[in-house]
Design a protein. Sequence first.
Lengths: 315, 315
Amino acid sequence: MNNELKKKVKAFAPASVANVSCGFDVLGFAIDKVGDTLQAEATSYPGVIIESVTGPGNLSTDPDKNICGVIAKAMLAKLDLHQGVRIRLTKGILPGSGLGSSAASSAVTAFAMNELFGNPFTEKQLVEFAMLGEKLASGSAHADNVAPAIMGGFTAVRSYEPLDIFKIPVPNELYCTVIHPKIEVRTELSRNILKKQVELKTAIKQWGNVAGLVAGLYSSNYDLIGRSLTDYIIEPVRSRLIPGYFELTQNALLAGALGCGISGSGPSVFSLCKGHETAKKVADAFTEKAVLLGLPFDIYVSKIAEKGARIIDNE
Amino acid sequence: MNNELKKKVKAFAPASVANVSCGFDVLGFAIDKVGDTLQAEATSYPGVIIESVTGPGNLSTDPDKNICGVIAKAMLAKLDLHQGVRIRLTKGILPGSGLGSSAASSAVTAFAMNELFGNPFTEKQLVEFAMLGEKLASGSAHADNVAPAIMGGFTAVRSYEPLDIFKIPVPNELYCTVIHPKIEVRTELSRNILKKQVELKTAIKQWGNVAGLVAGLYSSNYDLIGRSLTDYIIEPVRSRLIPGYFELTQNALLAGALGCGISGSGPSVFSLCKGHETAKKVADAFTEKAVLLGLPFDIYVSKIAEKGARIIDNE
C-alpha cells in the first residue's frame, strides 16, 4: 500500500471476456492491450468533473450520467475528503461490444481514484465500487467483467452476497482470439431474452463443464479446457442475436481453437487457443468468415492478461 | 498392464460420497476403509455363479438380478472367453445408505474381473462396466459414485456422452466425517422428488460454487472449499427426507466442519473438515445430535481415499 498522495495519475484497465461459455455470470478473463485509459487529477475543491471522454462511443460528460463520475463520487463520499477530481477518459473499447467496455471504464476509475488518494481501499472494495458503474450501464451490478478488469487474469465470482471472487491460474500458452462484429447488441436486451428457468439436467451438464474448465485451467489441460467450453443454456438463445455466429465459431474450431463462445452478452465472439500461432490462425479463420458474411469487425489476439488495472503514468 | 492370468483375485472397492453438495451428479469422492470386498475365481466353463453375498443387505445371488453378476456377464461377453467366474461378495456398506453401496459392488466387480483376466480393459472401460450395475440398482447409469470407487480420490464426471471423467487433487489435510442414519431412502424415490426445472439465477449460484469447490481443492484453500459447499437446488428438497438433517449439519458446522451436505441421495450426511482432529470433533457433534434425535447410526471418519478399487489378496 502506498499512502503517498498523488496530484495526478494515469491508469489503464483492460477489456475482458465475461461468461466464458459455460461460466455464465461467474467466469471472466482480461485481454491484453485493448482497454480504457483514464487520467484523474485531484482538485482542491469538492466535486467530480468529467473534462473529456474521447475514443469510440458517445458517452456523457455529466458526472451523474457517466459511470466514471458515479464511481468517483461514491469513492469521494466514502473517503469524506474535501477534495474533488477532474477526469479525462479515453475509451479503447466500443460500448456494446461485449468486451467489458463499461467494466473497463468502471475498473480504471476505481483503480485510478484509489491510487490518487493513497490506496485507501482494498482490491475487493475497488471491485465493489466498479460494480456501481455496471449497475448504471446495464441495470445490474455484475462483477464478471469488473473482476478481471481490476484483478487481471482469469477470475470467478462465486457469490454476490457476500461478494466472493477468486483468481484461477492461467496456463502459459493460453491465448484468446476475439472478433467484434460491429453490430449493436444491448446488454439489457440480450439479458431479457434469456429463459428464467432451465432444465435441471441441462444445468448439471453446464456445471459439469464449469468443473472441467476450472480443472483444465489449474492443470494446464488444454484438451479438458476445450471439451468444457460448451454452453448449453445461454449460447443457444443469444447466438441468434449474432449474425453468422455458427459459421464464425465452426471456422475457428476448424482452425484449431480449443473452444468458442459469446463474449459477455455479445456480439463479440471469443475463442481460447493453445499457443500464439493457433490464435493467429483462428484470427484468420474469423476474418475469412466475417468478410464472407459482409460484417465489419475488429479482431484481437491476446494472451490472457495477467495484469488488470494498472498505472501507466504518474505525475 | 499385467497380462498374467490369475485363477483367483480378491479385491476391495471403497464407499463414496457423490454429489458433494453443489456438484450434483458430477462430483464424488472415495472414503477410506469402508467398502465392499469381492473374491472372483475363474472357472473353466462359461457362466457367472454368485456363490455368496454376505454382510448387510439382502441381495440376490441370481446373477441376472445381482449387479456383480450383470457386470461380470457383460465383461465376459466382451472378452468372448469360454470361461466363467465364481463370485463371493462381502458387503461392507448397507444398500440404500447413500454411501455408494451399489457403486462399490459394481466397482469391485469390474476391477476384480479385469485383474482376473489379465487387465484387458482401461480404467474408463471399468467405469463403463460398473455403470451397468448402477443402472440395475437405481434405474440410471450414473458414474458419480463408481468413478471414485474405481479411481479413488475426488472425481468429476464432466459428461456422459462421451463419458469424460477426471480426478481433482485433494488437499493433504482434507478429511470427511459421514453419518449414516439408519433409515431407508431409496435412490429412485429421492430422485423423483426433485424438480425438473430450476431458476437460472439459482443454477448460476450453484455453478459458482462448483467453480469455487474445484478451485479450492486445487489450491488447498480450505476456506474456499467451505464457502463453496452450499447446494441451492437439491438439498432444500432432499433434506426433508432426512430426519434431523438441519440439526445434524448445524452441529457439525459449530464443531468446525468446512461444510456439509447429503451423501448421494441420502440418508447419509457428510461433512468435509480440515484435519483429523476437527473431523473427529465433527463425529462427536454428529453423534451427540443423532443420540438426541433417537436415530440409530454409523459414523465414518476418513481421509479422502487416494486409492479406489484395489487388489487385497491374490492366489
